[in-house]
Design a binder for this molecule. Structure first.
Ligand SMILES: Nc1ncnc2c1ncn2[C@@H]1O[C@H](COP(=O)(O)OP(=O)(O)OP(=O)(O)O)[C@@H](O)[C@H]1O
Length: 455
């Protein structure tokens, strides 16, 4: 799934034209015809970008922009306007717009604007005020003890952990509590970047290095001089760029693209990956010399399902933060809601926990969330349920095949048991091994159950 962009414009033709171009460039598109629909879309799902016509019916753009800024601080707001006077642009930026594009929009201008959005997201620093060691489990205590030991070292650190476990949050903590805390921390996500792009981002280029290099550009390494570089998804780094990174780590030297002279740079590398790097080395996709260099000090963040006792304190911390951000004081969890959160397997880890709570708070007016307020609908389990055929009201289940009924029932029981195969098997009255066989033969993907769960 691509990044999400909302096109907010009253003109169907404008929406259709922008949609076609943006979809062709990998964006997932939502549309809004007025300001009310903009609010609804933002409440339903997180958005990376809103392309906002400044004459959208409903609230004036002067009122809407500050509201959207507050509702969703990480969404990029780009205003499209026919009146492209500079003082107007300045005014809109002051109100919270990130960019201002004159209408009719030229594709090259839009392309640059969307690239800026991607760039800002790739290099955006992780939130600084989160405590990466929240919880009481032995696993998280061990991680804290190891992190405390390595934070003062100047060696590279490798953080491993599933998606959403908080690798970026830990990287930020390591920088802020390390010897380079007063110097910059520069972040780059290496996933999906072509070797040329990655190289110019990291090392910069000289004027004329390639056709579109009309001026010279400083790379991220130079910007991070004396500070730290956080390379997220380092396992995805193109093999052509890997030896150049190794050279920086070993010799502290590099060349900008198209430059003859070498430059020196002093950085501390914090790398992160959700992949098994040893496996990548074995498959010859990651250089072994670079692996040994960056994995001297490895830190592993455990998945949330391995430490369910940490879920309640993490959920309470997220609710306290949401209380502040959304102006909803006293947000709490009812005991059953807390138990439901504990039982869920959280394939998307802390990020998913935060998203589920945010959605639940936005869609409920209660300050103590009950189990029925919890909005797991973005989760793998709920998606599976939604994919199942609708029940007919007159004769429920009669139109279903036996296989479909079985599939539906097993999915429901697994959902009720938070993806826990052992407990689901007990409820179904069959051995765990038989349930695994049924899951396989019914084609239920491991996303709906927790592969590590024990009876
Ligand atoms: N210690 C924490 N306390 C509260 N929330 C957290 C914590 N760590 C992470 N989160 C939540 O999870 C989100 C993802 O964190 P982060 O980007 O650090 O994870 P990640 O492991 O680097 O993810 P990815 O593998 O996708 O790069 C954060 O934006 C935050 O909402």
């Amino acid at each position: 799934m691509g990044s999400r962009c909302l096109i907010a414009d009253a003109e169907p033709l404008v929406r259709a034209t922008l949609r076609r171009w943006l979809e062709a460039h990998g964006w997932e598109i939502l549309e809004a015809r007025n300001t009310q629909e903009v609010h609804e879309s933002l409440r339903r799902a997180p958005l990376e970008v809103v392309l906002l016509d400044d004459r959208l019916p409903g609230l004036s753009v002067h009122k809407l922009l500050p509201e959207l800024r507050e509702m969703s601080p990480l969404t990029s707001l780009i205003v499209l306007a026919e009146n492209a006077a500079i003082d107007r642009a300045v005014q809109l930026v002051k109100l919270g717009a990130e960019q201002f594009l004159p209408k009719p929009v030229e594709w090259s201008v839009l392309s640059r604007a969307m690239e800026c959005v991607h760039e800002a997201r790739r290099t955006r620093n992780p939130p600084e005020d989160l405590d990466p060691f929240l919880g009481t489990s032995p696993l998280i205590r061990r991680l804290e003890a190891t992190a405390q030991r390595v934070r003062d070292s100047d060696r590279s650190i490798l953080i491993q952990g599933e998606t959403g476990t908080g690798k970026g949050v830990l990287a930020s903590w390591l920088h802020r509590h390390g010897p380079r805390a007063h110097e910059p921390l520069i972040q780059l996500n290496c996933a999906g970047l072509s070797p040329q792009f990655l190289e110019t981002e990291l090392f910069g280029h000289e004027r004329g290095a390639f056709t579109s290099a009309v001026s010279s550009k400083q790379g991220l390494l130079e910007r991070a001089h004396r500070g730290s570089v956080f390379l997220d998804e380092v396992g995805d780094m193109d093999p052509l760029v890997q030896p150049k990174l190794l050279k920086v780590l070993e010799e502290r030297r590099f060349r900008r693209l198209g430059e003859v002279e070498e430059r020196s740079v002093d950085i501390r590398l914090i790398a992160a990956t959700h992949q098994d790097l040893v496996e990548r080395v074995r498959a010859r996709q990651f250089r072994s010399d670079l692996y040994f260099r960056i994995s001297i000090l490895p830190l592993h963040i455990p998945a949330l399902r391995e430490r369910p006792e940490d879920i309640p304190p993490l959920a309470h911390a997220s609710l306290a933060q949401l209380s502040r951000e959304l102006g909803r004081p006293g947000l709490k969890l009812a005991p059953q809601a807390e138990a439901a959160l504990r039982a869920y397997p959280w394939p998307g880890n802390l990020r998913e926990l935060r998203n589920v709570l945010e959605r639940s708070v936005l869609l409920s007016s209660r300050s103590t969330l009950r189990v029925e307020d919890l909005q797991f609908n973005g989760s793998a389990i709920a998606r599976m349920l939604n994919e199942l055929p609708e029940e007919t009201t007159s004769a429920p289940e009669l139109h279903l095949t036996l296989r479909e009924v079985e599939r539906r029932h097993i999915t429901r029981v697994l959902e009720a048991e938070g993806g826990h195969v052992g407990r689901a098997a007990q409820r179904l009255g069959i051995p765990r091994s038989s349930l695994y066989q049924r899951l396989k033969s019914l084609g239920l993907s491991s996303k709906v159950w927790n592969p590590d769960s024990k009876v």
